[in-house]
Design a protein around this ligand. Structure first.
Ligand SMILES: *Cc1c(COP(=O)(O)O)cnc(C)c1O
Length: 353
């Protein structure tokens, strides 16, 4: 607390990112990064962009990147907004589409940044409890509200919601914006990007951080009706017109063009995930069915918090959420096969003592 802060800053409850430790080498299974490197084409494009043009501002409209995305997704550039990571795109969306006079809905167990954004915008969230099996309760999300945000697959559970359920939620109230956060959709989920043509109240948010192994360059985007995109541009150009730098623009464009490479990596991550699920189930773990690059697991005989600390001592980082309903669970990012072998070996050792 400080007397120099204004009232707004006093009232914030900032997000706490997963740790990025520097004290020793860890097997990092805590922030859902991709275990594989960006494609060679991406690295080459970024290196090529390191030149004297860096003295110039980047394109504030990201025309080339949006054209590349438009071609890939068969949309118009007017349907695409690009930002400095999808967290920024989400923050801008909260500021653009939701109002304090009508509650915005999101689940009790979901990406914890939504609550932070809601608080920042002084919105009243309506928290929708997931059902007993941690599924999104579609009926509750169909009730009237000032908007809704749903990650598909959900985080940190990894569970997906059916496309038809998303349609039902969109149709229940066409006067509010529904944001579908597809940060993990490429690990076996189904994207609803094609639905933006049918539903002017749908905004789909994606990121290069997970699937495209580019958490380090910070690029995210949103797809929606051009009216939604125009709203986001009004907000962006009232804060910072150059949110995506030249190196990020170059890398992002190459990443979209190298989809074949990324798709192969994702298929490998999916295989590694299914393999880990089988082995952990054999060790007595409960595992929520995951369509993401992480799994949400719980063991009847070992407290999740203890397991988290013991794994850390062994040099393995996973994510523990000290929060109601999920304090018995750990979220484990899917690493390389070798990393998952070491994780499972460490867990076996801990369970046998
Ligand atoms: C990781 C994550 C994001 C943020 O991605 P960035 O593009 O790196 O900001 C957004 N939503 C969910 C659900 C995530 O897990």
């Amino acid at each position: 607390m400080s007397k120099y802060w204004n009232e707004r800053i006093h009232k914030l409850e900032p997000y706490v990112p997963g740790e990025q430790p520097k004290d020793r080498r860890y097997i990092k299974l805590n922030t859902n990064e991709n275990p594989y490197p960006p494609s060679p084409g991406v690295l080459a494009a970024i290196k090529e962009a390191v030149n004297d043009q860096l003295r110039l501002y980047p394109d504030p409209n990201e025309d080339e990147l949006r054209a590349t995305l438009a071609k890939y997704y068969q949309l118009s550039s007017d349907n695409i907004f690009v930002g400095n990571g999808s967290d920024e795109v989400l923050a801008f969306s909260f500021m653009t589409f939701f109002s304090p006079d009508r509650p915005v809905m999101f689940a009790d167990i979901t990406y914890s940044f939504y609550k932070v954004f809601a608080n920042l915008c002084e919105l009243k969230p309506e928290i929708i409890p997931l059902d007993d099996t941690f599924q999104i309760p579609v009926g509750a999300f169909r009730e009237p509200s000032g908007g809704a945000v749903i990650p598909n697959p959900n985080a940190p559970t990894g569970q997906e919601i059916a496309v038809q359920s998303i349609k039902d939620i969109l149709e229940a109230d066409r006067n509010r914006v529904v944001i579908i956060d597809e940060a993990y959709v490429n690990f076996g989920g189904t994207s609803v990007v094609p639905l933006i043509k049918e539903y002017p109240n749908l905004l789909v948010v994606q990121t290069l951080s997970k699937y495209s192994a580019l958490a380090g360059i910070r690029v995210g985007y949103a797809f929606g009706d051009s009216e939604l995109i125009q709203g986001l541009n009004r907000l962006k150009n009232s804060i910072n017109s150059y949110t995506v730098d030249r190196l990020a623009l170059a890398g992002a464009k190459a990443a979209i063009e190298d989809d074949h490479y990324y798709n192969q990596m994702a298929q490998h991550v999916i295989q590694t995930r299914e393999n880990a699920v089988k082995r952990l189930a054999g060790m007595g773990f409960t595992i929520i069915p995951s369509k993401a690059n992480f799994i949400f697991i719980s063991h009847p005989d070992y407290k999740a918090e203890d397991l988290f600390h013991k794994l850390r001592e062994k040099g393995i980082l996973v994510r523990y959420f000290n929060q109601p309903r999920i304090s018995d669970y750990l979220r484990v990012s899917i690493g390389s096969d070798e990393e998952m072998d070491q994780f499972i070996l460490a867990v076996q050792e801990l369970l046998s003592h």
